[in-house]
Write a protein that binds this ligand. Structure first.
Ligand code: ADP
Ligand code: MG
Length: 700
């Protein structure tokens, strides 16, 4: 066995281990839940828990934890030892079915957006059997980790995983109904696949140590433009340097041990920026694995004296990091609905799925935008390096033309159906170079999947993932209803008649051109596409009546859950901004100002010496004057920011407060920054306390 195969999945309670450790009957029942989405037969939980504990202890674990995804981002855990008292006073190790199925962390500090305080309900976590338990390893200790959902006792959502699972149910039901109508007898259950590509930066730890902004906020608040930034484009796909390659190999190995099928690794566009992507998996699992991957990137980097920064925009003027969420769906029979095929029926499914996504994005593009809105992504979207904040779909030249021709057909006949199907069938052959794929589009069809490119690098993909499922479910239902009302013979012909309508109606969300161009912003406005420039604007889109209704009708979020979600996001946004502005003040006062004073002393001293020698040198004096001008500018900037914070903090309405932070606050910080960055250009390196952009961007 190869080294990779040797370690692959060794930290996962995978099917192989289950098969070994569980009785045949229990294994079969558990598989029915994992693979077929059947409700868990609770009578097996005791045996499953016991087997998990045995396996965990054999592998050196002492504790277990439910592992969940609070709305604040990241993951959460609270460890409990297996240790307990036995019948006598002896110490034994136990893990009961109750402990596996449900746990009650003292969760009062997790954001609930008012849900818990109103109802005084505590939160509980519940095992999600569709994502395998695994061992968390840290410096030789191991903990059994149980992927879980997190709900309030009144059953309301407190996490990000639950809405994703609910959206899969919604999509399942809509898709199967449409498949039945189209005459598909084999499709019983829908499978959603996802492959998130993860971007990140690596910086030398000793440099990051000098930058409280990067350390605490994940991004630099100051920094003069480097002489060499990313102008040369010499990093993208460049040869990977030794130390980085070692890091990447180590990372891959750790991913393999956790059963995460890491597939590609490469240098990204910006210097010090990299990407890792796994082979796609069931969406729920892919999302969980991406969360693990983000943590692992940071942990492994640490071993190499590096700091991994996952922030969406660590440095101004340098590309930020995103996450491409590749999304597709198919069914239990193995058919992929976004994969063109030889079979005309399957190609109808293909066309209906694209049609459904078009309808969905037209209706719910704003929600998709809201699902990827946060303080970090605000810096990135629309910054001509990432897709704009306008949600449009890129289909690629061939499919675009095919759709235009379908739209132009007078009457759909059997002959036309065959021609269209042939067109779909040829798609992969003709569109050989799909890989050009217009990087400026936020939602691109790339051959057999949609690639959502606007997700931020720190995000939990569960959120945009749930919205993709929701909008596709909505589109399927819309299409099915329209097919049903059409009078006439063949269902395929009816379906294509409906597609023709759909294509006409959804033209506005299709865009093949350059999403970075200013003209597109104007054009999008004419088309009535939402273009939320920042998080508070984006979150307002959640309150649209039809959006609320869809979330409720599809049983993904209730109205209260939506309101609480928005509240949590606004709170997080305001906190991030508040911390950034306060950090900027601290850095300016305690690091920048003293550096400028040092420089003024030095240059001023030199001026006195020169003057004492009877030399009239106005250049030195001018330098001192320039320094004191910047000094004054920074002092004023700090004062303005302090006054702004007082004003923002006294705003009682969260939404209004977020607008203040997003707009006035950002402008105030930008003014301070301009002076600090100008000072960096003329203060001696040995006085300047923060690692410069140039130093940060030096090859590792
Ligand atoms: P790139 O976009 O970097 O050229 P690929 O298109 O091969 O690379 O894949 C990017 C990501 O998309 C990978 O994580 C891959 O597993 C995932 N992916 C590929 N096919 C699908 C699919 N049908 N459904 C979901 N994800 C997919
Ligand atoms: Mg990529």
């Amino acid at each position: 066995m190869s080294e990779m195969q040797n370690v692959y999945g060794e930290l996962v309670f995978n099917k192989q281990i289950m098969n070994q450790k569980l009785s045949k009957d229990v294994y079969k029942k558990l598989l029915a839940t994992i693979d077929k989405g059947e409700a868990l037969d609770q009578s097996i939980a005791g045996e499953v828990a016991h087997a998990m504990k045995e396996w965990a202890i054999e592998n050196g674990a002492t504790h277990f934890t439910h592992w969940f995804q609070p709305q604040r981002g990241g993951t959460a855990q609270k460890h409990d030892a297996f240790l307990t008292y036995g019948e006598g006073e002896e110490i034994v190790e136990r893990f009961s079915e109750g402990q596996l199925i449900q746990s009650e962390p003292d969760a009062s500090s997790f954001p609930s957006g008012g849900i818990r305080s109103t109802f005084e309900a505590r939160g509980y976590t519940a095992w999600d059997p569709t994502s395998p338990v695994f061992l968390l390893e840290a410096r030789g200790t191991k903990t059994l980790v149980i992927p879980s959902v997190f709900l309030s006792w009144t059953g309301e959502v407190l996490d990000l995983k639950t809405p994703l699972l609910r959206s899969e149910h919604a999509l399942n039901s809509a898709a199967i109904k449409l498949q039945k109508l189209l005459g598909n007898r084999t499709s019983k259950r829908i499978v959603v696949h996802a492959g998130p590509e993860q971007e990140y930066f690596l910086f030398a730890k000793e440099l990051v140590e000098t930058r409280p902004d990067l350390k605490i906020c994940g991004r630099t608040l100051f920094g003069a433009e480097p002489a060499k930034g990313q102008q040369m484009d010499d990093h993208y796909f460049g040869s990977i340097k030794g130390k980085i390659l070692n890091f990447m190999e180590d990372l891959d190995r750790e991913l393999y041990r956790r059963g995460i099928p890491s597939k590609t690794r490469h240098n990204e566009v910006a210097p010090n920026q990299f990407e890792v992507a796994p082979i796609f998996q069931i969406a729920n699992l892919a999302v969980d694995n991406n969360l693990q991957m983000m943590e692992l990137i940071k942990n492994v980097a640490d071993k190499y004296g590096l700091v991994a920064i996952l922030h969406e925009k660590p440095m101004a003027g340098v590309n930020g990091s995103g996450k491409h969420y590749n999304w597709s769906l198919g069914d239990n029979s193995g058919v992929q609905y976004l994969r063109p095929s030889k079979s005309p029926l399957k190609n109808i499914s293909f066309l209906m799925t694209i049609g459904a996504v078009l309808l969905g994005v037209k209706k719910f593009g704003g929600v998709l935008r809201a699902s990827i809105a946060d303080a970090g992504n605000d810096h990135r979207l629309g910054a001509n390096e990432a897709p704009p904040a306008i949600m449009s779909i890129y289909l690629g030249e061939y499919l675009d033309e095919l759709f235009n021709s379908i739209e132009g057909i007078g009457k759909i006949t059997d002959k036309k159906v065959n021609e269209i199907s042939l067109g779909v069938q040829n798609l992969p052959k003709i569109a050989k170079d799909y890989s050009d794929r217009n990087r400026t589009s936020p939602i691109a069809f790339t051959g057999n999947k949609f690639e959502l490119r606007a997700v931020g690098s720190t995000h939990n993909c569960a959120e945009p993932g749930a919205v993709m499922n929701l909008l596709c479910a909505y589109g399927y239902d819309e299409i099915r209803t329209r097919i049903e009302v059409k009078q006439g013979e063949d269902v395929k012909n009816k379906a294509l008649e409906v597609l023709k309508e759909v294509l006409k109606e959804t033209k506005g969300v299709r865009f093949e051109g350059n999403g970075y161009a200013e003209e597109w912003h104007q054009e999008a406005e004419k088309r009535g596409l939402p273009n939320a420039k920042n998080t508070p604007q984006a979150l307002e889109l959640m309150f649209d009546k039809e959006v609320m209704k869809a979330f409720v009708d599809y049983n993904i979020l209730s109205e209260r859950e939506i309101k609480s979600k928005v509240e949590i996001k606004l709170e997080a946004y305001n906190n991030v901004k508040d911390i950034e502005y306060k950090m900027a003040i601290k850095i300016a006062n305690t690091l920048i100002i003293p550096a400028i004073l040092n420089q003024i002393s030095e240059t001023g001293g030199a001026a006195t010496i020169v003057e004492g020698l009877g030399i009239a040198d106005s250049a030195i004096k001018a330098d001192v004057a320039e320094l004191s001008k910047l000094y004054a500018g920074i002092k004023n900037g700090v004062k303005a920011l302090e006054e702004f914070i007082v004003k923002a903090e006294s705003e009682g309405d969260l939404h209004k407060q977020a607008h203040l932070y997003a707009e006035e606050g950002a402008d105030t910080l930008a003014e301070l920054r301009a002076n600090v960055d100008a000072a960096e250009e003329i203060v001696a390196d040995y006085f300047w306390p923060l690692a410069s952009y140039q130093e940060l961007l030096t090859e590792l």
